[in-house]
Design a protein around this ligand. Structure first.
Ligand SMILES: CC(C)(COP(=O)(O)OP(=O)(O)OC[C@H]1O[C@@H](n2cnc3c(N)ncnc32)[C@H](O)[C@@H]1OP(=O)(O)O)[C@@H](O)C(=O)NCCC(=O)NCCS
Length: 256
């Protein structure tokens, strides 16, 4: 089941605590980061000093502002799930960069994944097991033929030859987000060669125009993978360990 809705930032506590029928659930939040610019100071104040220092070193002002908003908002969202103030959320990163919640003496009660592309960010909170999410813009110059040797497996290269030339950036971007979602869910990141994973969209590899927004349970053994319905030019995908969970997708907005 997919439920797409809009939720105000300040209504997160009741939303996160709502009763759930299924034990295996996955909540995805999408944020238009510039709409939170009025809350920049408030969100920056949630970050650790070392994190603020790291962000200060980013070259582009847009990047600094958006990274601050995305990371502060992530703490705010996770605070609602853990029922603690956002500044007390024990969000850490492991040695490969994977975010995790250091609660219950290390046994994760919730799994987390984040992604950002330009002015959009996504956060996945999973009660079902390890999760990975990715969003990208098709216009990203990475999605050109140059990426083929580094990114695509041999079967994927064969599939690409069936894709119309004008559809290739879209197909490559979709293939990439699917792989990166799996790499993040696994925690490997780019320490695992993306060309070793077969994750290209199969159902419509020839047209690439109508991605199937449904779980593909058997696509990669042991994982459930799906693309996310996003407005152009964004594409996104999410992967979870095991069977498909009940998914809720929410557009988070800041009304004040
Ligand atoms: C995962 C990765 C591909 C994402 O890169 P990206 O496309 O530039 O950025 P995205 O916006 O999609 O995702 C960024 C988020 O991915 C998450 N992330 C980073 N590394 C991750 C990993 N290994 N596993 C899962 N998630 C990871 C973080 O939450 C990060 O957000 P943050 O910067 O606010 O903490 C990249 O960061 C990576 O490969 N990192 C691992 C590097 C590595 O393996 N180093 C080896 C050290 S031993």
């Amino acid at each position: 089941m997919v439920v797409a809705s809009r939720l105000d930032f300040d209504d997160l506590p009741w939303f996160a605590a709502r009763p759930r029928a299924a034990a295996a659930w996955l909540d995805i939040y999408r944020l238009e980061l510039e709409s939170f610019a009025g809350r920049l100071r408030e969100l920056a104040a949630l970050l650790a000093a070392s994190e603020r220092d790291g962000i200060r070193r980013l070259r582009s002002p847009d990047d600094r502002r958006r990274t601050t908003i995305a990371r502060g908002a992530a703490l705010h969202i996770l605070g609602a799930y853990l029922r603690v103030p956002a500044e007390a959320v024990p969000l850490r990163r492991d040695r490969r960069g994977r975010p995790y919640l250091a609660v219950n003496g290390g046994a994760p009660c919730l799994h987390v994944s984040t992604a950002r592309a330009g002015a959009v960010s996504a956060l996945a909170v999973s009660g079902a097991g390890p999760v990975g999410i990715d969003v990208e813009t098709v216009a990203d110059r990475r999605f050109s033929e140059r990426v083929v040797p580094v990114m695509l497996s041999t079967p994927e290269r064969a599939a690409l030859s069936d894709v119309a030339r004008r559809q290739r950036p879209n197909w490559l971007a979709r293939t990439w987000v699917r792989k990166e979602a799996l790499l993040k869910a696994d925690g490997s990141g780019l320490s695992l060669d993306p060309a070793t994973i077969d994750a290209a969209p199969v159902a419509c590899s020839a047209s690439a125009e109508e991605p199937a927004f449904a779980w593909e349970a058997a696509r990669v053994p042991g994982w459930s993978l799906r693309e996310m319905a996003m407005a152009e030019p964004w594409v996104g995908a999410v992967a979870v360990c095991g069977a498909p969970p009940v998914l809720t997708t929410t557009e988070l907005v800041a009304d004040r």
